[in-house]
Design a protein around this ligand. Structure first.
Ligand SMILES: Nc1ncnc2c1ncn2[C@@H]1O[C@H](COP(=O)(O)OP(=O)(O)OP(=O)(O)O)[C@@H](O)[C@H]1O
Length: 356
Protein backbone atom coordinates (compact mmCIF):
# COMPACT_ATOMS: atom_id res chain seq x y z
CA UNK A 1 0.00 0.00 0.00
CA UNK A 2 1.46 3.42 -0.91
CA UNK A 3 2.33 5.54 2.12
CA UNK A 4 0.11 8.52 2.82
CA UNK A 5 1.83 11.68 1.67
CA UNK A 6 1.26 15.22 2.89
CA UNK A 7 1.36 16.61 -0.64
CA UNK A 8 0.92 14.66 -3.82
CA UNK A 9 0.78 16.01 -7.36
CA UNK A 10 -0.32 13.48 -9.96
CA UNK A 11 0.37 13.88 -13.66
CA UNK A 12 0.22 17.66 -13.43
CA UNK A 13 0.03 19.36 -16.84
CA UNK A 14 0.10 23.09 -17.56
CA UNK A 15 0.53 25.08 -20.78
CA UNK A 16 0.64 28.79 -21.47
CA UNK A 17 -0.62 29.35 -25.03
CA UNK A 18 1.30 26.90 -27.18
CA UNK A 19 4.05 26.42 -24.59
CA UNK A 20 3.84 23.16 -22.65
CA UNK A 21 5.44 24.12 -19.34
CA UNK A 22 4.56 21.13 -17.13
CA UNK A 23 4.26 17.80 -18.93
CA UNK A 24 3.05 15.44 -16.21
CA UNK A 25 4.64 16.09 -12.82
CA UNK A 26 4.36 13.49 -10.05
CA UNK A 27 5.74 14.77 -6.78
CA UNK A 28 5.13 13.44 -3.28
CA UNK A 29 6.16 15.03 0.03
CA UNK A 30 6.16 13.58 3.52
CA UNK A 31 4.81 15.72 6.34
CA UNK A 32 7.48 17.87 7.98
CA UNK A 33 9.99 17.16 5.22
CA UNK A 34 11.99 19.61 3.13
CA UNK A 35 12.02 19.23 -0.64
CA UNK A 36 14.13 21.24 -3.06
CA UNK A 37 12.97 21.53 -6.64
CA UNK A 38 16.07 22.26 -8.66
CA UNK A 39 16.45 22.71 -12.38
CA UNK A 40 17.66 25.05 -15.08
CA UNK A 41 15.94 28.34 -15.84
CA UNK A 42 12.65 27.85 -17.66
CA UNK A 43 12.23 24.18 -16.64
CA UNK A 44 8.90 24.94 -14.94
CA UNK A 45 9.85 25.14 -11.24
CA UNK A 46 7.98 28.34 -10.44
CA UNK A 47 4.94 27.19 -12.41
CA UNK A 48 4.78 24.01 -10.32
CA UNK A 49 5.04 26.06 -7.13
CA UNK A 50 2.29 28.43 -8.26
CA UNK A 51 -0.03 25.51 -9.02
CA UNK A 52 0.59 24.08 -5.55
CA UNK A 53 -0.03 27.51 -4.00
CA UNK A 54 -3.29 27.86 -5.91
CA UNK A 55 -2.25 30.93 -7.93
CA UNK A 56 -2.86 28.95 -11.13
CA UNK A 57 -5.12 26.08 -12.16
CA UNK A 58 -3.63 22.94 -13.78
CA UNK A 59 -4.86 21.96 -17.27
CA UNK A 60 -5.05 18.38 -16.03
CA UNK A 61 -3.79 16.28 -13.15
CA UNK A 62 -4.51 16.60 -9.46
CA UNK A 63 -3.01 18.09 -6.30
CA UNK A 64 -3.82 16.58 -2.92
CA UNK A 65 -2.74 18.46 0.17
CA UNK A 66 -3.16 17.19 3.71
CA UNK A 67 -5.79 14.62 2.69
CA UNK A 68 -7.81 17.13 0.65
CA UNK A 69 -8.07 17.44 -3.12
CA UNK A 70 -7.16 21.10 -3.73
CA UNK A 71 -6.83 21.13 -7.53
CA UNK A 72 -7.94 18.89 -10.36
CA UNK A 73 -11.10 17.07 -9.25
CA UNK A 74 -11.88 19.92 -6.81
CA UNK A 75 -10.74 23.49 -6.27
CA UNK A 76 -9.66 25.05 -3.00
CA UNK A 77 -8.58 28.70 -3.44
CA UNK A 78 -5.10 29.83 -2.43
CA UNK A 79 -6.13 31.54 0.82
CA UNK A 80 -7.80 28.37 2.09
CA UNK A 81 -4.85 26.04 1.45
CA UNK A 82 -2.91 27.02 4.62
CA UNK A 83 0.18 27.71 2.56
CA UNK A 84 2.89 30.32 3.14
CA UNK A 85 4.78 31.77 0.16
CA UNK A 86 8.07 33.64 0.13
CA UNK A 87 9.06 35.15 -3.20
CA UNK A 88 12.53 35.80 -4.60
CA UNK A 89 12.62 39.46 -3.57
CA UNK A 90 10.63 39.04 -0.36
CA UNK A 91 7.95 41.35 -1.80
CA UNK A 92 7.67 43.44 1.38
CA UNK A 93 5.45 46.52 1.31
CA UNK A 94 7.96 49.39 1.15
CA UNK A 95 5.65 51.97 2.75
CA UNK A 96 4.92 49.78 5.80
CA UNK A 97 7.25 49.20 8.74
CA UNK A 98 8.73 45.77 9.40
CA UNK A 99 6.17 45.17 12.17
CA UNK A 100 3.29 46.27 9.92
CA UNK A 101 4.53 43.96 7.17
CA UNK A 102 4.52 41.03 9.60
CA UNK A 103 1.13 42.05 11.05
CA UNK A 104 -0.27 42.01 7.51
CA UNK A 105 0.52 38.30 7.44
CA UNK A 106 -1.86 37.72 10.37
CA UNK A 107 -4.75 38.28 7.96
CA UNK A 108 -8.32 38.61 9.29
CA UNK A 109 -7.17 37.50 12.76
CA UNK A 110 -5.41 40.86 13.01
CA UNK A 111 -8.76 42.70 13.20
CA UNK A 112 -10.19 40.39 15.83
CA UNK A 113 -7.26 40.24 18.24
CA UNK A 114 -6.51 43.33 20.34
CA UNK A 115 -3.63 45.72 19.66
CA UNK A 116 -1.55 44.24 22.48
CA UNK A 117 -2.12 40.66 21.31
CA UNK A 118 -1.09 41.61 17.78
CA UNK A 119 2.05 43.38 18.98
CA UNK A 120 2.93 40.32 21.06
CA UNK A 121 2.42 37.98 18.12
CA UNK A 122 4.51 40.21 15.80
CA UNK A 123 7.31 40.30 18.39
CA UNK A 124 7.07 36.51 18.69
CA UNK A 125 7.34 36.11 14.91
CA UNK A 126 10.30 38.47 14.67
CA UNK A 127 11.95 36.53 17.45
CA UNK A 128 11.31 33.28 15.59
CA UNK A 129 13.34 34.54 12.65
CA UNK A 130 16.02 35.98 15.01
CA UNK A 131 15.26 39.66 14.44
CA UNK A 132 15.36 42.09 17.37
CA UNK A 133 11.90 43.52 18.12
CA UNK A 134 13.25 47.09 17.79
CA UNK A 135 13.68 46.33 14.07
CA UNK A 136 9.90 46.47 13.89
CA UNK A 137 9.92 50.25 13.57
CA UNK A 138 12.18 50.26 10.53
CA UNK A 139 11.14 50.34 6.90
CA UNK A 140 12.28 47.53 4.56
CA UNK A 141 14.90 49.76 2.89
CA UNK A 142 16.50 50.37 6.30
CA UNK A 143 17.41 46.70 6.81
CA UNK A 144 19.71 44.33 4.92
CA UNK A 145 18.62 41.94 2.17
CA UNK A 146 19.01 38.95 4.49
CA UNK A 147 16.91 40.66 7.16
CA UNK A 148 14.26 41.49 4.56
CA UNK A 149 14.02 37.82 3.62
CA UNK A 150 13.59 36.92 7.28
CA UNK A 151 10.80 39.50 7.61
CA UNK A 152 9.15 37.95 4.54
CA UNK A 153 9.43 34.56 6.23
CA UNK A 154 7.96 35.93 9.49
CA UNK A 155 5.05 37.36 7.49
CA UNK A 156 4.52 34.01 5.76
CA UNK A 157 4.70 32.20 9.13
CA UNK A 158 2.11 34.50 10.71
CA UNK A 159 -0.86 32.40 9.67
CA UNK A 160 0.77 29.18 10.82
CA UNK A 161 0.90 27.55 7.42
CA UNK A 162 1.05 23.78 7.05
CA UNK A 163 3.17 24.08 3.91
CA UNK A 164 5.82 26.72 3.16
CA UNK A 165 6.76 27.48 -0.44
CA UNK A 166 10.06 29.29 -0.98
CA UNK A 167 10.68 30.55 -4.52
CA UNK A 168 14.41 31.29 -4.81
CA UNK A 169 14.29 33.43 -1.65
CA UNK A 170 18.07 33.61 -1.28
CA UNK A 171 19.13 34.28 -4.85
CA UNK A 172 19.39 38.07 -4.48
CA UNK A 173 21.71 37.81 -1.46
CA UNK A 174 25.49 37.84 -1.66
CA UNK A 175 27.34 34.59 -0.99
CA UNK A 176 28.04 34.93 2.77
CA UNK A 177 24.64 36.32 3.67
CA UNK A 178 23.02 33.71 1.49
CA UNK A 179 24.48 30.79 3.43
CA UNK A 180 23.67 32.37 6.81
CA UNK A 181 20.10 33.30 5.82
CA UNK A 182 19.47 29.88 4.32
CA UNK A 183 20.62 28.22 7.52
CA UNK A 184 18.50 30.54 9.67
CA UNK A 185 15.40 29.93 7.53
CA UNK A 186 15.96 26.16 7.49
CA UNK A 187 16.32 26.12 11.29
CA UNK A 188 13.10 28.10 11.81
CA UNK A 189 11.08 25.87 9.48
CA UNK A 190 12.57 22.72 10.97
CA UNK A 191 11.81 23.85 14.54
CA UNK A 192 8.22 24.69 13.55
CA UNK A 193 7.95 21.30 11.75
CA UNK A 194 6.55 22.97 8.64
CA UNK A 195 6.63 20.96 5.42
CA UNK A 196 8.69 23.02 2.98
CA UNK A 197 9.38 23.25 -0.73
CA UNK A 198 12.33 25.33 -1.91
CA UNK A 199 12.67 26.22 -5.58
CA UNK A 200 16.20 26.97 -6.69
CA UNK A 201 18.47 26.71 -9.70
CA UNK A 202 21.48 26.38 -7.38
CA UNK A 203 22.59 22.74 -6.97
CA UNK A 204 24.57 23.35 -3.78
CA UNK A 205 21.60 25.10 -2.21
CA UNK A 206 19.26 22.24 -3.10
CA UNK A 207 21.62 19.54 -1.84
CA UNK A 208 22.36 21.31 1.45
CA UNK A 209 18.86 22.56 2.29
CA UNK A 210 16.58 19.63 1.61
CA UNK A 211 16.06 16.04 2.64
CA UNK A 212 14.48 15.34 -0.74
CA UNK A 213 15.68 16.77 -4.05
CA UNK A 214 13.50 16.79 -7.16
CA UNK A 215 15.40 17.54 -10.35
CA UNK A 216 13.25 19.29 -12.94
CA UNK A 217 14.04 19.38 -16.63
CA UNK A 218 11.84 20.41 -19.52
CA UNK A 219 8.61 20.28 -17.52
CA UNK A 220 9.07 16.86 -15.93
CA UNK A 221 10.92 15.53 -12.91
CA UNK A 222 14.03 13.76 -14.13
CA UNK A 223 14.80 12.28 -10.71
CA UNK A 224 13.64 12.51 -7.10
CA UNK A 225 15.64 11.24 -4.14
CA UNK A 226 17.79 12.11 -1.16
CA UNK A 227 20.57 14.66 -1.83
CA UNK A 228 23.13 11.87 -1.50
CA UNK A 229 21.31 9.59 -3.93
CA UNK A 230 20.77 12.15 -6.68
CA UNK A 231 24.35 13.41 -6.42
CA UNK A 232 26.11 10.05 -6.25
CA UNK A 233 23.68 8.03 -8.39
CA UNK A 234 22.16 10.43 -10.93
CA UNK A 235 19.57 8.81 -13.18
CA UNK A 236 20.96 10.20 -16.43
CA UNK A 237 23.87 12.16 -17.88
CA UNK A 238 22.10 15.53 -17.86
CA UNK A 239 21.18 15.15 -14.20
CA UNK A 240 24.75 14.08 -13.38
CA UNK A 241 26.18 17.18 -15.01
CA UNK A 242 23.54 19.54 -13.67
CA UNK A 243 24.09 18.52 -10.05
CA UNK A 244 27.84 19.08 -9.99
CA UNK A 245 31.15 18.66 -11.78
CA UNK A 246 31.55 15.24 -13.34
CA UNK A 247 34.51 13.34 -14.73
CA UNK A 248 33.28 11.35 -17.74
CA UNK A 249 35.33 8.57 -19.33
CA UNK A 250 34.73 5.82 -21.87
CA UNK A 251 34.85 2.42 -20.17
CA UNK A 252 34.15 -1.27 -20.71
CA UNK A 253 31.81 -2.73 -18.16
CA UNK A 254 32.01 -6.38 -17.28
CA UNK A 255 29.85 -7.52 -14.41
CA UNK A 256 30.25 -4.75 -11.86
CA UNK A 257 33.74 -3.59 -12.88
CA UNK A 258 34.27 -0.74 -15.34
CA UNK A 259 37.74 -0.68 -16.91
CA UNK A 260 38.94 2.73 -18.07
CA UNK A 261 42.05 4.94 -18.11
CA UNK A 262 41.72 5.25 -14.32
CA UNK A 263 41.88 1.47 -13.85
CA UNK A 264 39.10 -0.85 -12.72
CA UNK A 265 36.26 1.06 -11.04
CA UNK A 266 33.50 -0.76 -9.15
CA UNK A 267 29.97 0.07 -10.29
CA UNK A 268 26.77 -0.71 -8.43
CA UNK A 269 23.41 -1.65 -9.97
CA UNK A 270 24.74 -1.67 -13.54
CA UNK A 271 21.83 -2.25 -15.92
CA UNK A 272 24.04 -2.42 -19.00
CA UNK A 273 27.27 -4.13 -20.07
CA UNK A 274 30.02 -3.52 -22.61
CA UNK A 275 30.89 -0.04 -23.85
CA UNK A 276 29.63 2.63 -21.40
CA UNK A 277 30.24 6.18 -20.22
CA UNK A 278 31.57 6.14 -16.67
CA UNK A 279 30.95 9.05 -14.32
CA UNK A 280 32.98 9.91 -11.24
CA UNK A 281 32.77 13.03 -9.09
CA UNK A 282 36.07 14.99 -9.07
CA UNK A 283 36.49 14.52 -5.31
CA UNK A 284 36.65 10.75 -5.85
CA UNK A 285 39.98 11.15 -7.65
CA UNK A 286 42.86 11.71 -5.25
CA UNK A 287 46.47 12.67 -5.79
CA UNK A 288 48.60 10.07 -4.00
CA UNK A 289 52.33 9.43 -3.48
CA UNK A 290 52.30 6.03 -5.07
CA UNK A 291 50.00 4.20 -7.48
CA UNK A 292 49.57 2.78 -10.96
CA UNK A 293 47.49 5.55 -12.50
CA UNK A 294 49.63 8.33 -13.91
CA UNK A 295 48.82 11.73 -15.30
CA UNK A 296 50.47 15.04 -16.15
CA UNK A 297 49.18 18.39 -14.93
CA UNK A 298 47.98 20.49 -17.86
CA UNK A 299 47.03 23.60 -15.92
CA UNK A 300 45.49 24.76 -12.66
CA UNK A 301 43.12 27.44 -11.39
CA UNK A 302 43.53 28.72 -7.83
CA UNK A 303 40.28 29.37 -5.95
CA UNK A 304 41.62 29.85 -2.42
CA UNK A 305 40.50 26.86 -0.38
CA UNK A 306 40.92 24.64 -3.40
CA UNK A 307 42.65 24.50 -6.76
CA UNK A 308 41.15 22.87 -9.85
CA UNK A 309 43.71 20.75 -11.62
CA UNK A 310 43.42 19.61 -15.24
CA UNK A 311 45.31 16.37 -15.75
CA UNK A 312 46.09 14.49 -18.95
CA UNK A 313 45.92 10.77 -18.18
CA UNK A 314 48.90 8.67 -19.28
CA UNK A 315 48.45 6.19 -22.14
CA UNK A 316 47.16 2.78 -21.04
CA UNK A 317 48.28 0.35 -23.78
CA UNK A 318 46.40 -2.65 -22.30
CA UNK A 319 43.06 -1.01 -23.11
CA UNK A 320 44.25 1.24 -25.93
CA UNK A 321 43.15 4.10 -23.69
CA UNK A 322 44.52 7.09 -21.83
CA UNK A 323 45.19 10.60 -23.02
CA UNK A 324 41.89 12.00 -21.74
CA UNK A 325 41.97 15.28 -19.82
CA UNK A 326 40.11 15.22 -16.51
CA UNK A 327 39.51 18.00 -13.99
CA UNK A 328 39.85 17.33 -10.29
CA UNK A 329 40.24 19.50 -7.19
CA UNK A 330 42.99 19.69 -4.64
CA UNK A 331 43.42 21.75 -1.49
CA UNK A 332 47.17 22.26 -1.90
CA UNK A 333 48.10 24.27 -5.01
CA UNK A 334 51.78 23.39 -4.51
CA UNK A 335 51.03 19.68 -5.04
CA UNK A 336 50.03 20.26 -8.64
CA UNK A 337 51.87 22.57 -11.00
CA UNK A 338 51.68 22.49 -14.80
CA UNK A 339 53.97 19.80 -16.23
CA UNK A 340 54.21 17.78 -13.00
CA UNK A 341 53.63 14.08 -13.24
CA UNK A 342 51.20 12.79 -10.61
CA UNK A 343 49.91 9.47 -9.34
CA UNK A 344 46.17 9.11 -8.86
CA UNK A 345 43.79 6.87 -6.97
CA UNK A 346 40.01 6.54 -7.29
CA UNK A 347 37.87 6.08 -4.20
CA UNK A 348 34.29 4.79 -4.16
CA UNK A 349 32.07 3.64 -6.97
CA UNK A 350 31.36 4.97 -10.43
CA UNK A 351 28.04 5.38 -12.22
CA UNK A 352 27.59 4.20 -15.80
CA UNK A 353 25.42 5.48 -18.61
CA UNK A 354 24.92 4.10 -22.11
CA UNK A 355 27.78 5.00 -24.46
CA UNK A 356 26.88 7.91 -26.73
N1 LIG B 1 2.01 33.30 -17.09
C1 LIG B 1 2.76 32.84 -18.09
N2 LIG B 1 2.45 33.09 -19.36
C2 LIG B 1 3.21 32.63 -20.37
N3 LIG B 1 4.34 31.89 -20.22
C3 LIG B 1 4.70 31.61 -18.96
C4 LIG B 1 3.94 32.08 -17.83
N4 LIG B 1 4.57 31.64 -16.70
C5 LIG B 1 5.66 30.94 -17.12
N5 LIG B 1 5.73 30.93 -18.46
C6 LIG B 1 6.79 30.25 -19.25
O1 LIG B 1 6.92 28.95 -18.77
C7 LIG B 1 8.28 28.52 -18.79
C8 LIG B 1 8.67 28.03 -17.40
O2 LIG B 1 8.66 29.11 -16.50
P1 LIG B 1 8.94 28.95 -14.95
O3 LIG B 1 8.98 30.32 -14.36
O4 LIG B 1 7.99 27.97 -14.36
O5 LIG B 1 10.39 28.30 -14.96
P2 LIG B 1 11.49 28.24 -13.85
O6 LIG B 1 12.07 26.87 -13.92
O7 LIG B 1 10.93 28.67 -12.54
O8 LIG B 1 12.55 29.28 -14.36
P3 LIG B 1 13.44 30.38 -13.58
O9 LIG B 1 14.46 29.58 -12.80
O10 LIG B 1 14.05 31.15 -14.70
O11 LIG B 1 12.50 31.15 -12.72
C9 LIG B 1 9.08 29.72 -19.25
O12 LIG B 1 9.38 29.56 -20.63
C10 LIG B 1 8.15 30.89 -19.04
O13 LIG B 1 8.39 31.89 -20.00
Amino acid sequence: MPSVKFLRTSNLVKSFGSKDVLKGVDLALSEGGTTAIVGPSGSGKTTLLRLIAGFENPDSGTIELNNRMVAGDAWIPAHKREIGYVAQDGALFPHLSVAQNVAFGLGPAWKIAGRKANARRVAELLDMVSLESDMGERRPHEISGGQQQRVALARALARKPKLMLLDEPFSALDAGLRVATRKAVADVLHAAEITTILVTHDQGEALSFADQVAVMRGGTLAQTGTPFAVYTRPADLDTAEFLGDAVMLDAQLQGSLATCSLGGIPVRHAMIQGAVRLMLRPEQIRIVADGNIKGTVVDTVFFGPETTVRIRLAPVPSIAGGGEIITIRHWNAAMARPGMELRLRVVGEGVVFPAE
